[in-house]
Write a protein that binds this ligand. Sequence first.
Ligand code: ATP
Length: 343
Amino acid sequence: MRYRIALIRGDGIGPEQAEATLLVLSRLEEILGLDLEIVDAKAGDECMRKTGTPLPEETIRILKSTHACLKGPVGETAADVIVRLRQMFDLYANVRPARSLPNVPSLKPNIDLVIVRENTEDLYKGYEWELDGAAIGIRLITRRGCERIARYAFELARRRRRKVIAVHKANVMRITCGLFARTCREVAKEYPDIIYSEMYVDAAAMDLIRRPEQFDVIVTTNVFGDILSDEAAQVVGGLGLAPAANIGDEYAIFEPVHGCAPDIAGKGIANPISMILSAALMFEWLSAKHGDEKCLEASRLISDAVVGALEEGRALTPDLGGNAKTIELGARIAGFIEKIKRP
Ligand code: ATP
């Protein structure tokens, strides 16, 4: 099957990461015979400067004509790009894995968790206004939103260590978090094979530092998930390694967790792994959606090659303690794909 993949290179370090990721993708095409058609689509600050809009109609048209989108970080216009795309394509599950990797300083050695964050509701819905010197924001939580994110988390746990922890603050936000907690409990009854528990968000923030290895799948609402997943990324070694997926029933967008890192942009020293691992998540999703074993193999190969390159430690970017360029680490990972497949 031929996969059409939209590529948004983004701003700042985004285009540099995209170049390194393309090396990995083309190696996968050669080695696995994957058939990829990469279609460039513009979005972000630079696009705004050139075209007057951060998210042109042409880009939306391209995304609608592709199987999935791989996206680099965008700058100041992020809310006009990714937040709009999440709503437009109903990408309700934001999935952010955090795993200890070799040669990367991590708080504990055996961390392997995934944060499943509801992606379309909560305070990020943007229902806010000012009235007579007060600022008001609406926290929208729906049963449908809670149910589908809970189900996503339980299904994911079945493919992992079979543990789901729902994170909320229902002792204070009794109505909104109450609905989330109640719905998670109801869905849990459909999954007797999964160990289910709950935790308040403040305790979860603390336990991510204290006992991160206890977590398997964390399911939570939008704002809590946003904050906890940056924390989890740091716990396992930093944003440069953190991938994310925005998943809906029909479409999905894969992107690094971090922003466009203007402080290091243009120097060619950004870590490309966050985007390369985002591509691994993309192939895993494509495999499940289209029942394609080749995509699953692509996903595994990328993850193994990242581990290989980190273990070897010959081409590490400055955030990992080395002095390699973005493109050199990308090439090294691509090299490991070949090594693993054709030893
Ligand atoms: P945003 O608010 O859009 O998330 P930000 O400016 O708060 O963006 P980031 O752009 O995510 O934050 O960057 C935070 C820090 O992490 C910066 O010092 C940046 O250089 C570093 N960083 C982010 N991504 C990478 C990467 N891929 N490689 C190396 N360092 C990175």
